[in-house]
Design a protein around this ligand. Structure first.
Ligand SMILES: *Cc1c(COP(=O)(O)O)cnc(C)c1O
Length: 365
């Protein structure tokens, strides 16, 4: 059996270190807000190359707080991609703003800059590009084409921890970067977790309050906030895993390179393309094919896992259609929803397994 992802292998490689560190947390019995949380915020701000990092409970909350800290609200428009996880859209809807979709580019699978520029109106307050599957979207390139400098850019980096472009890490290029530490993400904890990074002191101060009942001082509540804290156990795990992230991301690149060479020149299958100035960290290795369903079935018959991210373009989700009327056709997003398939991808995936996977795919005509 070759799974689509395998967290057990990773745990096995760091088990001793994790157990030791968790013992420390348990013996101190301080679980919410403490030295591990402070340390992971400091470490991640440094790693990403920004002034401030605030931890929270999930990537979804990170996106929500980012929008709220920018005072984005009802009547405002926020442009994003229809080909992403639901959280990106949910966050826009939480603050009551209007989500505006811009179709994706079929090479990078990321939101297409030209489509974004067509969608900008007087009401546009923010753009949320997603560095999908770990492939960095060129935020600098977008920024230089936006005339209205008050439009903010929030990077959804849930799938791109460690990725970079033009020698900058994703999360440090726009106004605010949002990360998820959901267990299967490139940098994952053992539960839920998230992080917001920014160079803006003003947004940092607001976000710190939002995640902790609107207070900066205990029992003094300045705004209506939320309970969205990263706990000491998760922070301790993340501090350990952060030490290995670059090495593990490079292993993902190695897996992708091997797929690329073994699957090159197969008719009916197109392979993921990486942005040429970018460091792609392959959260997923996603191919596209008209024979997608046959490939998936064949892999299943051979005990090989695969996954469809994402089967429904977001403008077709009930949570959206029951709130908005939108007759636009996002051709590329829908095309990929019908043809995409993510192959097994994790740093410990063995070469012989990659060969086996590719051999099964090659039998499909
Ligand atoms: C996982 C993910 C999120 C949400 O992160 P959670 O921690 O699960 O809330 C947001 N955006 C994208 C693109 C994701 O993949």
């Amino acid at each position: 059996m070759i799974p689509q992802f395998d967290l057990k292998k990773e745990f096995a490689s760091i088990e001793k270190e994790i157990r030791l560190e968790l013992d420390n947390v348990f013996s101190k019995a301080n679980y919410v807000g403490g030295e591990n949380v402070n340390l992971i915020e400091k470490n991640i701000a440094k790693y990403i190359g920004v002034k401030y990092a605030v931890s929270c409970n999930s990537g979804t909350d990170a996106l929500h707080f980012a929008l709220e800290s920018l005072n984005i609200k009802k009547g405002d428009e926020v442009i994003t991609t229809p080909f992403t996880f639901i959280s990106t859209l949910e966050a826009i809807m939480y603050v009551g703003a209007t989500p505006i979709f811009a179709d994706i580019d079929l090479e990078s699978y990321n939101i297409n800059k030209k489509e974004i520029l067509k969608k900008i109106t007087k009401k546009t307050k923010a753009i949320i590009p997603v560095h999908l599957f770990g492939n960095p979207f060129d935020v600098d390139d977008l920024k230089k084409d936006i005339d209205n400098k008050s439009i903010k850019i929030i990077e959804d980096c849930a799938q791109s921890f460690g990725a970079g472009i033009n020698c900058k890490r994703t999360g440090s290029i726009g106004d605010i970067g949002c990360f998820s530490f959901y267990p299967t993400k490139n940098l994952g904890c053992y539960g839920d977790g998230g992080m917001i990074v920014t160079n803006s002191e003003e947004n940092y101060e607001i976000i710190k309050k939002l995640k902790n009942h609107g207070s900066s001082k205990r029992y003094h509540h300045d705004i209506i906030g939320f309970n969205s804290r990263l706990d000491e156990i998760q922070a301790a795990i993340l501090n350990i895993k952060l030490k290995y992230i670059d090495k593990l991301n490079l292993k993902r690149v190695g897996v992708a390179n091997m797929y690329n060479s073994l699957l090159a020149d197969i008719k009916n299958i197109s392979l993921p393309k990486k942005n040429k100035n970018g460091h792609h960290v392959y959260h997923q290795y996603t191919i596209s094919s008209d024979l997608r369903d046959e490939i998936k079935l064949k892999l299943e018959e051979n005990n090989i896992g695969s996954a469809i991210y994402y089967p429904i373009s977001l403008e077709k989700q009930k949570a959206y259609t029951s709130n908005y009327q939108n007759l636009e056709n996002y051709k590329n997003s829908n095309f990929l929803s019908n043809t995409c398939l993510s192959l097994p991808m994790f740093p410990q995936l063995a070469e012989e397994n990659i060969i086996e996977i590719c051999n099964v795919i090659k039998t499909i005509k």
